[in-house]
Structure formats: C-alpha cells, structure tokens
Design a protein around this ligand. Structure first.
Ligand code: NDP
Length: 270
C-alpha cells in the first residue's frame, strides 16, 4: 500500500485526508492518506523519507520550507517559491504547486476575466497572482501593510498598501474580479479592507471570490449586496487536491471521480 500525508502545523482541521481517501476508494487505488503534524518545517524532507511516503501535501506554515527542501521543482512553483505537493520519484523529491492551477480552475465558472484585484499579499496571493499573470490577466495586489509587496513588484505586478489607495489611479479603476486572499473573515468578522475602500471597489466589479471556504464571509456578503456574483474557496481546495491526486496516482481524473472527492471533502468524518 502507498502512503501519503499532509504536513502542517496545525493540521487537525485539514480535510485533505477525507478528500484524497475518497478518491483512492473510488479508483480502487491501494493507498492511504493521513495527517502529519509537523512542527519543524526544516525536517520535512527527513520526515517524508523516513516515513516512506510516496507523496504528500504541504499546508501552512511549511510551503516555503518545503520548496527549499525539495530536490526538483516543477512548473510555476519555481516562480512562486512555495510548494504544496511532494512526489517521490526514483528516490528524489519532486515538488509542485497545485494551489495556483487549482485557483484558475475554480474561477473558470466566472467566464472570461481580464482584470483582477487580489486582497492580501501572503503565500496564497503569490500563487494566485503568478497563475493569473501566466494567463496574461492583468493583476493588482492590495494589502494592509507594505512589507510583503516587494515580491509582487519584482514580478512586475502592481502592488499597493491601503495608504496608497487614495494616491494611485486605481481608485477609479474597474476590476472584473476581486479575490480575498487574506485571513480576514476566517475566524473573525473583519473585512479585509476598510469598508469605504471596499465599497468603492466592489460597486464597480462583477465577481468576488474568497479563498476561505465553507462560509459567507463579511467580504462575500458585502460583494453580494453590491451585485457581484460570489464564490467561496471550496472549489479551489477541491481542485488543488484533484491536481495533487493526479500526480499521486498517475491517473487523469474525470467528473465522477472529482465529485467523489468533493463528497469526501464535505463528509463529516475528520
Ligand atoms: P498568509 O498568512 O501567508 O497571508 C495572510 C495575508 O492576509 C497577509 O497579506 C496579511 O496582511 C493579510 N491579513 C491577515 N489578517 C488580515 C486582516 N484582518 N485584515 C486585512 N488583511 C489581513 O496566509 P495565506 O496566504 O497562506 O492564506 C490566506 C487565506 O487563504 C487564509 O484564509 C486561508 O485559509 C486561505 N486559503 C485557502 C485555500 C483554499 O484551497 N481554498 C488554500 C490556501 C489558503 P499583512 O501582510 O499586513 O500581515
């Protein structure tokens, strides 16, 4: 039997095992996926090899450490400098970032998008911004503080803090899609951006996406009230998992397998 895990700290809340195991069951794939509470991200390679895992996912806060510890980095992960998937191939750890294409898949239902505003500048914002940029979609980042903006500017992505909002032209700019990639609304009732700024933005946009899943956050609530079509982060979580699953099992998924994985994701077991 092949063993897989998700490394994280904390990891107890993760729904990846129930989603991945549902996929294995559907395929009759001889595999088992478990949670691995890893406190020290520097040990990720050692623990992965010691436990004889065939593959793994990596969640907060270890995606950058996982990037640094991998032997080979594939695709867009080289630019993002963070990975969420490990595969063991011929004794080497090959690493991927499936958050980025998972996000693109999740927003497909909005149709053609030309101009996106990302709220937040953390790890998820990096993956999303570079994924959109690769598709030649115009991206702007808005974050509450300046500290994390350098990464985006280095990749030719416009990046502002709230203080810049009044100064720059984008007060008048119109975005098709606004994405909340901050943790505002995850465990609190905060908006990711001061209300007057957000109202200005959302009154001109058409779509709003929140990376947080399983709830209508204050961001999505405001967006809906301002006539945006809204979507939470469930599909993003599902599709990053589906893309990792394809790498784990070396198979191409189809719609009934994806629905089995969604059912696993939404089941009550944990
Ligand atoms: P990070 O910690 O790397 O970044 C968080 C960002 O949010 C920072 O830019 C931070 O700003 C900003 N922020 C945090 N709190 C607030 C607040 N109260 N108001 C305004 N800005 C705030 O987190 P991640 O990028 O890893 O994750 C971001 C979100 O995405 C989380 O909610 C997570 O659950 C979700 N997520 C969903 C996934 C899915 O599959 N659906 C996958 C991955 C993440 P500052 O720089 O000023 O500190």
């Amino acid at each position: 039997m092949k063993k897989f895990c998700i490394f994280g700290d904390p990891v107890a809340h993760s729904k990846s095992p129930q989603m991945q195991n549902a996929g294995f069951e559907y395929l009759n794939f001889n595999g088992f996926y478990e949670k691995y509470h890893l406190k020290n991200g520097d040990l990720i390679k050692e623990e992965f090899l010691k436990n004889a895992y065939s593959g793994a996912n990596i969640t907060v806060p270890h995606k950058e450490k996982a990037f640094k510890n991998a032997d080979i980095i594939k695709g867009i992960a080289q630019k993002i400098e963070a990975v969420n998937t490990y595969i063991l191939d011929d004794g080497k750890i090959v690493a991927y970032n499936t958050d980025a294409p998972g996000f693109l898949k999740a927003i497909e239902s909005f149709g053609q998008i030309y101009n996106v505003l990302i709220l937040g500048a953390g790890g998820t914002a990096k993956a999303i911004a570079l994924a959109l940029q690769e598709k030649n979609i115009n991206v702007t980042v808005l974050n509450r503080s300046q500290g994390k903006l350098e990464f985006f500017k280095n990749h030719n992505i416009k990046a502002y803090s709230f203080d810049d909002f009044e100064k720059n032209n984008f007060k008048n700019e119109k975005f098709d899609l606004v994405v909340n990639s901050t943790s505002a609304g995850l465990k609190d009732d905060f908006l990711p951006v001061p209300k007057e700024i957000l109202e200005n933005i959302l009154s001109k946009s058409s779509f709003a996406f929140d990376c947080i899943y399983g709830k209508i956050t204050p961001f999505l609530d405001l967006a809906k009230n301002l006539d945006n079509k809204i979507k939470d982060g469930e599909d993003m979580l599902l599709y990053q998992g589906v893309l990792a699953f394809e790498l784990f099992t070396n198979t191409k998924t189809n719609s009934s397998l994806i629905e089995a994985m969604r059912k696993g994701l939404n089941s009550n077991k944990n």
